[in-house]
Write a protein that binds this ligand. Sequence first.
Ligand SMILES: [Cu+2]
Length: 494
Amino acid sequence: MNKTGVFIVMLLIVIGGAGWFFAENMPQRGAPMTGGGMNPPSDNTNTQSSSAEEKALPIPPLLEDKNPEQGKAEFDLIAQEGTTEFFNGKESDTYGYNGNYLGPVIRVRNGDDVKVNVKNELSDATTVHWHGLEVDGTEDGGPHSGIESGETWDPEFPIEQPAATLWYHPHLLHKTGEQVYKGLAGMFIIEDDISDSLNIPKEYGENDIPLIVQDKQFSSDGTFEYNLNRHDIMMGLQGDTVLVNGAVNPYLEVPQGKVRLRVLNGSNARTYNFKLSNDQKFHQIASDGGFLEQPAEMTNVVLSSAERAEIIVDFSEFEEGDTLELTDQGTPFMSFRVTGEEGHQADLPGQLTTIEEINPSEAVRTREFVFQGMGRNVNINGKQMDINRIDEVISLNETEIWEITNEAGGMMGGMGGNGGMIHPFHAHGVQFQVLDRDGNPPPPNETGWKDTILVSPGEKVRVIATFEHPGVFMYHCHILEHEDAGMMGQFEVE
Ligand SMILES: [Cu+2]
């Protein structure tokens, strides 16, 4: 800063609010304010231009069930190419299911026999994996279930698990990252007698809201592409713009009452630390695989890629016109606008469900999974994915403990702590329970069913599961760039 600049700053400090002085005497009024971080507290021009871009949160439609018969459901899903306008007047090439970006919500009931007709209208092959669904390997939609361009795939499966917020996305070998990033993902909701009977918000789109949170790296022209640089290969592709249901900085109008948010981290690699802008407490009622036994009171929730949390936020104390923001590490990315409408008031049930704890003594063995390597060398137990190799064989209906260790951060961790990589571990076709993290019991929001678990650098997490579905399934890191690079293996249940 030159001497004149220093003088102006000092003058500002000395005379404080004497704006008239500058109005009368500054030759270039306003110039120091743009460059010097000295914006006045209420810059109406900026507020108006940013609010003009704000969009109402898009709510993905519920996909029509074509089978009127009770206990059966049939859906049509088309993977297709399109364009999406994330910023006014700027179109980006995207993928979507039954649309240009993301997909509709598939909602089924426990006990339903489900059929999905998947048509691939992309120019590339794809697959559709039902993330979190307990189905046989042939219906799971992993890399073995490739659908060539122009072809169809019609999996049929019964729903045999409790109410939960799951999701679906492609799982093509080496191409999962690209296809998810371009927009292929959707929510898959299971309801059951328990979710029906609980006095919690459950009006879809009104007070039961899906939030698919993703990050993108946009170019200055408002488009994005899937091009990995060296940093992306190491850390997974992490963008600077957060989208919710495909919208940048959207707002949601909420009634004065409790609202249920089904939060899905649908990002390729990023881990979020969600918090409300006023540090207000909320309750997590469900994890990946369904309800927790009791609501867990929290001020923040951490979700790594593919993890879900259903949370209840109470807006009863707010007045019409009030706003609240949802933040990641303190940075807002969507807002809630409270309306004059009265919302869901009932207290949360003290008990949501009962979860039968799997006793570790039932486990027939402990299997170890060590996450190692960096960049293109990421691996599990020293091996990279080979579609022609089965890595682990499990007997049908047996219970096992899986011990997942993250050693991959070792080298960089030694260089200064935060260089270590987290790895979200995901196993297909099964829901597990967390036994411990480095020998300590899991936090309350990890005491329910899980299918994806964040494993920090140097950490060891033990989970337990009973394998009730036959077939070939994947286990892998859910940082999609790590998965695509080979941090994946196959287990066969027989
Ligand atoms: Cu990873």
